[in-house]
Design a protein around this ligand. Structure first.
Ligand code: NAD
Ligand code: DAU
Length: 377
């Protein structure tokens, strides 16, 4: 029997991780610890909210005392830490909140886990603190081949029609951290604290750094859900700069599968990079989205191209991210499962089929879900 806290389980990736663990491990007790910021939506977990091995705890990761008590009361032996402020544009406007949540929140979780686990006879034996981080901590890569080159990797996940890399260098686990945005600087700092707790106190930690995720339940401030919704409603698509920036996209359920594998089989104190070997220029992905939404809505494919609107670039906009996840493939045998065409089709279809979910989020109604479903329990 494991009792695991998953922080940020009401968010995008966290909800997929919670769902996977609750369904796959009926003998584990899964506690979703989430503050329910604007990004937390319990409706993301409607299908599993009544499962006997699932519990929701509305709590701030900065609440050190509250976390200590929860760990003691529930005999927690594992933490999978996803809670964070996650949107780069927000971090540019409000860096303090990012430092508070991503740095101080991670530190309070680490310290609570350390004190509680050290108080047990077995101490750190059988315990695990798994911190989920981002590829953005490595900074930005050059675009040495703007037309794209054949990458040195093959994977089942890369698109059949678009298997390109835009430079020779990739993010590997040994790279120096060079974060540029307040978001990535705060994530980098939290990663350093996690490693410091291993090196100083012997805490059983693991860190993973993942590329851009896409899929169902992503908050529509992020490129893919925002643009799908805008195309549907024929609203302008605000493309930052020239749309030339490159991101490496991974289907969110493949990230959740990697987290499951690494939580159970990963080596302590290690770092693993997770990515899809699936680089896209923003403008190319936007065109795919327009074609897919148009086709699925029975419009003429491409008729909504005129929605593309070039706007002022994001400050400090990182040019290219590209993860090298060969270590994870080699050591633990993980591979993304979905071809990009399949993943993007599933994703667009999900948002179009779940307009009620989207309306609930864009109207702000989702923020009352907790009061309606949980406050009385
Ligand atoms: P998200 O913004 O969708 O969800 C974040 C969740 O954390 C929300 O449920 C929110 O309520 C909760 N939260 C925020 N502050 C909190 C606090 N102080 N206490 C408790 N809960 C709090 O984020 P996401 O996109 O799902 O990202 C999850 C994690 O994965 C983050 O750590 C992020 O840095 C990392 N990550 C994200 C991506 C991506 O593409 N989205 C890629 C790599 C890594
Ligand atoms: O790389 C992993 C990171 O991916 C995660 O750590 C972050 O939490 C996650 O938000 C994501 O960061 P990005 O900044 O890459 O994601 P976003 O969806 O905000 O933007 C993707 C690209 O699209 C980026 O180059 C900026 C651009 N963009 C974004 C928005 C919202 C636009 O051109 N227009 C937009 O309106």
């Amino acid at each position: 029997m494991h009792t695991i806290i998953i922080t940020g389980g009401a968010g995008f990736i966290g909800s997929h991780v919670v769902r996977l663990f609750v369904k796959k491990y009926p003998d584990y007790h899964i506690i979703n610890l989430d503050k329910l910021t604007y990004a937390g939506n319990l409706a993301n977990l409607k299908d599993i909210e009544n499962k006997p091995n699932y519990e929701f705890a509305k709590m701030d990761i900065c609440d050190f005392e509250g976390i200590m008590k929860l760990m003691q009361d529930k005999h927690v032996d594992g933490i999978i830490h996803l809670a964070a402020e996650s949107h780069v544009d927000r971090s540019i406007k409000d860096p303090f909140t990012f430092a508070q949540t991503n740095v101080m929140g991670t530190l309070s979780l680490l310290q609570a886990a350390k004190i509680y686990w050290e108080s047990l006879p077995e101490k750190f034996e059988g315990k695990r603190f798994y911190h989920i981080s981002t590829d953005e901590v490595y900074g930005a890569l050059e675009m040495t081949h703007p037309e794209g080159i054949t990458p040195p990797f093959t994977t089942t996940a890369s698109s059949e029609n678009h298997h390109l890399a835009y430079g020779e260098r990739f993010f590997t686990e040994d790279l120096k951290y060079q974060p540029h945005s307040p978001y990535s600087a705060a994530k980098a700092s939290s990663d350093h604290f996690v490693r410091a707790y291993h090196d100083t106190y012997g805490m059983p930690t693991i860190v993973t750094n993942c590329s851009n995720n896409y899929g169902p339940y992503q908050f529509p401030e992020k490129l893919i859900p925002l643009f799908i919704n805008n195309i549907r409603h024929r609203k302008p698509l605000p493309v930052y700069g020239k749309g030339e920036n490159v991101r490496d996209w991974l289907y969110v359920e493949d990230h959740a599968r990697a987290i499951d594998l690494i939580f159970h089989k990963g080596k302590l104190a290690e770092t693993y990079n997770i990515g899809g070997f699936n680089e896209w220029k923003n403008i190319d992905i936007i065109k795919v989205l327009i074609h897919t939404v148009d086709r699925l809505l029975g419009r003429t494919e491409g008729e909504d191209m005129n929605l593309i609107t070039y706007v002022t670039d994001r400050a400090g906009h990182d040019l290219r991210y590209a993860i090298d996840s060969t270590k994870l493939q080699r050591e633990l045998g993980w591979e993304p499962s979905l071809q990009f065409e399949e993943g993007i089709e599933k994703t667009v279809r999900w948002y179009l089929d779940n307009q009620a979910w989207m309306d609930n989020v864009t109207s702000g109604d989702y923020q009352h879900y907790y009061e309606e479903m949980y406050a009385h329990r």
